[in-house]
Design a protein around this ligand. Sequence first.
Ligand SMILES: C[S@@+](CC[C@H](N)C(=O)[O-])C[C@H]1O[C@@H](n2cnc3c(N)ncnc32)[C@H](O)[C@@H]1O
Length: 173
Amino acid sequence: MKFYEPAEDSLILLKWVEKLSKGRVLDMGTGSGIQAMGASKKADEVIAVDINPDAVKASKEWIKEKDIKNVKVMLSDLFSNVEGKFDVIIFNAPYLPEDEEVKDTDTMGRETTLKFLREANNYLNKNGFILLVVSSHTNMDDVARAGKKFKIEILEKATLFFEELYVLKLTND
Ligand SMILES: C[S@@+](CC[C@H](N)C(=O)[O-])C[C@H]1O[C@@H](n2cnc3c(N)ncnc32)[C@H](O)[C@@H]1O
């Protein structure tokens, strides 16, 4: 099974997820399920989705092992299988351009982030917000353009070995 194992970016986001989760939460691109599990401590219900069937299988197993009852995991390409609206949407987004050598949904597809931003508003409750991690590999002007419906606040900027990471909070304007 191949899926994104929790890394430094995951842990940076997890801190905010544990602090801010509430109500109904969507964990987009759940990978191992780490954010969904963090959110489950404060949220009523968490829907966790991933495009990678291995990630869906692995996160389901981990969540079952931990006996967490309020998380449901599903296969979905962004919002394709997602229904209803959410108070919080989490996305530790892939960051490499799609033409990059790495043919790997874990990291490949910064275009996915932009598509996510263009669609996310339809799935957000009033007073809801998005917690999004973006890398300096992603062009911030593109992020601002795709997320123009939102007020964007930088919660944290972390400098890693080969990139900077931004944890963004996007709220309905
Ligand atoms: C950087 S990893 C983050 C994994 C996990 N949320 C974490 O914080 O460790 C990005 C995840 O997004 C998923 N992903 C990529 N494209 C997607 C898409 N179109 N729809 C849903 N998930 C996607 C990948 O399979 C991967 O699990």
